[in-house]
Write a protein that binds this ligand. Sequence first.
Ligand SMILES: Nc1ncnc2c1ncn2[C@@H]1O[C@H](COP(=O)(O)OP(=O)(O)OP(=O)(O)O)[C@@H](O)[C@H]1O
Ligand SMILES: [Mg+2]
Length: 354
Amino acid sequence: MASESKTETATDSSSSNGRIGEVVLDVKDLKTYFVTRWGVVKAVDGVSFNLRKGETLGIVGESGSGKSVTSLSVMRLVPSPPGHIVGGEVYLQGENILDLSEKDMESVRGSRVAMVLQDPMTALNPVFDIEDQVGEAMKIHEGLKGDGLKATVIDMLRKVRIPAPDIRMKDFPHQLSGGMRQRVVGAIGISCSPAVLIADEPTTSLDATIQAQYLRLLRELQEDTGVGIIFITHDFGIVAKMCDRVAVMYAGKIVEQGDVRTIFNNPIHPYTEALIKSVPKMEENVERLYAIPGNPPSVTNRPSGCNFQPQCDGSNPDCVTQEPILVEEGPEHWVAYCAPCKDTHGCKWFPRDI
Ligand SMILES: Nc1ncnc2c1ncn2[C@@H]1O[C@H](COP(=O)(O)OP(=O)(O)OP(=O)(O)O)[C@@H](O)[C@H]1O
Ligand SMILES: [Mg+2]
């Protein structure tokens, strides 16, 4: 998506929600590519968004659209090689962290920006007990030790509702239930009161009850600490419950971004409409669930111009030569239009029978 001057405005405007404060993370035109033997994978290809104190931004999109690589890029944890951040800026509390040395970045990770991963077993080290793992970041970043550290670990575990935390902190990860492990990972994430917490599908492995408890917990932690949360998910139900704003990703780019109500009630991009329509609803008596027609373009062989060409009904020479641009359709509501569709605001990208 071509970045144009309006992108700047999208990241600078303020919210009417009193709970939400200043911008803590400002990502501008981020590009992360993987150089593979099959070609260059443009996993993140010009992504811009921001996040404010106390706000939750949802990032949604199909598998492979670049959600996780976006968050790994913000953490500067993209595996390299083959991955490289090839462009853009990531301002964390006003500082471009892409300019920091790896050593300086180590002191940023965990303390100012932290991440909660989908699979708690991957995030937790099986050979250390919970006390060691929850305490590690506070030991490194805040210099806590001894009884002070122990008391803070117990307090963190209590906050995330681990029963008998003074006893359970001696457990190893395999001795906890899945829900408890996920809550421990949550405790590690917020242990140093980061300004930004990135949660990459943190509830996928949880059952519905534990999922609801975990989401409530994240909300409470946000109210207590004012942490800005980036919530990556496939689940529009969670977006509706958790998020203030949503960014919809497709093939490494954001195609629509806006306030959660606007995105649900008035999506403009046909891809957003299609994603919302593809969520199964209990009350609907349909024979077949809706599926988005066609496939996204190959990751190593994206078309020039508009990425939607493989799934698009329209055909126009401009689709091949001109990249979509972001247009502000309403307050903080940004939509990517390809050249032929921009003037009419009538997209031909997808079949309109959705
Ligand atoms: N280490 C890697 N080497 C090569 N390509 C990679 C690597 N990691 C990610 N990619 C590619 O980058 C693209 C974006 O991947 P990413 O993991 O961000 O998708 P995602 O939107 O998080 O998907 P999901 O919903 O399945 O988690 C994909 O095409 C993926 O194959
Ligand atoms: Mg992912």
